[in-house]
Write a protein that binds this ligand. Sequence first.
Ligand code: ANZ
Ligand code: ZN
Length: 814
Amino acid sequence: MKYNFKKIETKWQKEWAKNKYKNQKAQDFSKKRKIYILDMFPYPSGAGLHVGHIEGYTGSDILSRYYRLKGFNVLHPIGYDAFGLPAEQYAIAHKINPTQAVKENIKNFERQLKMMGFSYDWSRTINTTSPEYYKWTQWIFLQLYKKGLAYESEVPVNYCDKCKAVLADEETENGKCFRCGGHVSRVNIKQWMLKITAYADRLLRDLNKVNFSENVKTMQKNWIGKSEGYEVTFKVIGVQKEIKVFTTRLDTLFGATYLVLAPEHPIIKDIVSKDQEVKVEEYIKKSLNKTDFERQVESKTKTGVATGAFAINPGTREHIPIWVSDYVLMSYGTGAIMAVPAHDQRDYDFAQTFNLNIRQVIKPFDNTNNTTTSPFVYDKEGVLINSGPFTGVKSTIAREKIALYVGAQKKINYKMRDWVFSRQRYWGEPIPIIKCPKCGNVPLREKDLPLKLPNIKCYAPSKGAESPLENISSWVNVKCPICNSDAKRETNTMPQWAGSSWYFLRFLDPKNHKMFVSLKKEKYWMPVDIYIGGTEHAVTHLIYARFWYKFLYDLGYVNYPEPFVKLINQGMILGADHEKMSKSLGNVVNPDDIVKQYGVDALRLYEMFLGAFNDAKPWNTNSFVGIERFLNKIWNLYDEYFNTKNEKPHKKVNTKKFEIIINKTIKKVEEDISTFGFNTAISAMMECLNVLTDNDEEIKFIPKSVLEKFIIILSPFAPFITEEIWHEMFKNKTSIQKAVWPKYNIKLVEDKNIIIAVQINGKMKGTLQVKRDSREQDVLTLLNKDKKLSGYVLGHKIKKTIFIPNRLINILLE
Ligand code: ANZ
Ligand code: ZN
């Protein structure tokens, strides 16, 4: 009989909905041990769930179901991150309101998530675009504002000259507008900023407190980009001006043969010589249209222009030329560098292009001859040469000595910039600020939150560097809450990342009207024990969320220094062609189609069996055959056992092998789940099933408890078929979600003989195979029989032995 997944899965989908998913509800303050298992909540796009979502969500669902069976109080919530550009673009394209579009998309997502049997606590669902939710996003913004961590600043943005509109980075392609192909230039506009740099050091340091992959930690470290060096001052000749540079290699000062300023550097106009003025101006104009990213692209040919001015190298006292080049960024350090072409590749390329002086001042430790001309840029540590009083000093030591000599200051710089927190868009959280001509920026009173988005007809980006909200005069024009004069609302909205920076806290207390989360519930549930999602959020979201959480911690609203204890990254599921799934390649797999053809359990098992959880892996429809066979075999086994009448003739069957395999499998599945080895857990269950079904004659003699245990350990992976068997064959009245994870019998699992280590005087000398739980005396007897090992002891007196059963014996000789 073939397993009828369609009928059975539909039945349980309805049944679970009917009892309001009560078995997956998390209990606040339960005495049971808590575990918070969090998915990165989805962006509800029009396309519905992607097979990549299903991969991560199945993994977290297996964990959640497993820990419930283990007796934990599991919190496993889901919600929707629905503000942002894609929803707005979808709404513009389909000529519907974004609110409406989001509503429809969420409905579809929820249908699919429930179809998949994901055991979320559905009573805690949130949606970042609902006013009850974004009230608190706005509230957190106000706290940041009050602490001086939200401020306004002129910042360059992408601006399409043709559309006359501000573009997000992802709306530009190679310096062209994605909509009209027009030229994109950089213009400065006033933007809201969040001072995330104030947390740079803690965001870096506290990476020690969390269990993220090395890969993610490195990405975060690089993004924060801590750099320790010195600031040195160079005097400009002929004018009363100084140029400060930031360098990590002050030891190379005697090799600094010119200075370079970023084109935006304000000092340029004060120092440029008459004859270079026009050239310099032209160069500056050209480079201002490039983004910082384009300017940093490594290329051998550097561009630049001389200012005609000179500075004094404070080490050598030489006069060195001052240049302007866009490979120096205004946004880092001081916007000026001392160039050391012998020891820095970019400086070397620049010096080559413009025929500037190159002087070697560091030689490698192992290089004895004093080569002053080197074709290679030597950028490592070494010993100083050509450096006056510092010649012969090690580079690492020379830095401090030279700093004293020239009066340079120690300085720490970060690559990380403050977070640009405003968008000239409709579909985001309104920023709760009123702009009063007399009082300046006035924050809304907390009792006036949420500040709702007005319903408008046209939410396309407006012409000019303004938000479409600018045109809604009834919304924009207000009285100042302080002085009652005519004032205007801030019309920029928050970026896509705002709502996701704290959503994991709202799940703990989603209906609280007084606070974003109660301190007590926060204390009970946080931190998130396991966070699962793709690496595409390794920086951005994961840094923003850590930043907001630390900020709330400093204000005393949350209880821990870090929000996420452990982060697990699922690997990307590629198309069958090994390419990233995309509409344009036509290799996208629709989960609804798969479910129709093979069923939910099959899709869940298939995705988990495809490969290691964190590896990238291509889709391969052929492998469904094996999964289908597995499910049918399970069904037939239980059907045969429970539903066939004809007892087999009585012959002696040794059931010990069934006991052994089920105990081994329980142990293996348990270990694999706790290390996210879902694919190997499934293999182990397949092997177990093979043993159980090996001989048709014997099926009737399998102990019922073995079959029961098997169905329980399979249930986190395949919740539908197991629930059906649990009810219809084992005749249970409650859900398999209420079952208890079976304990394995260690005696049946472990092999009788084990290997222990043998040490003589604390040094490892070999190993011995002994019976499990052997006593010290037995081990010594065996050791004396061993040819090699007995040799170490023979003729010596034993002073003492240290014996750790099943692990080690250490013999100390006199
Ligand atoms: C002299 C020097 C000699 C440097 C040498 C390096 C090697 P990180 O580690 O990234 O902080 N630099 C400083 N400010 C810059 C800016 N605004 N734009 C472009 N480059 C800048 O790198 C610090 C080094 O990058 C600094 O140390 C400076 O070059 C350059 F053998 O100074 B160095
Ligand atoms: Zn006012």
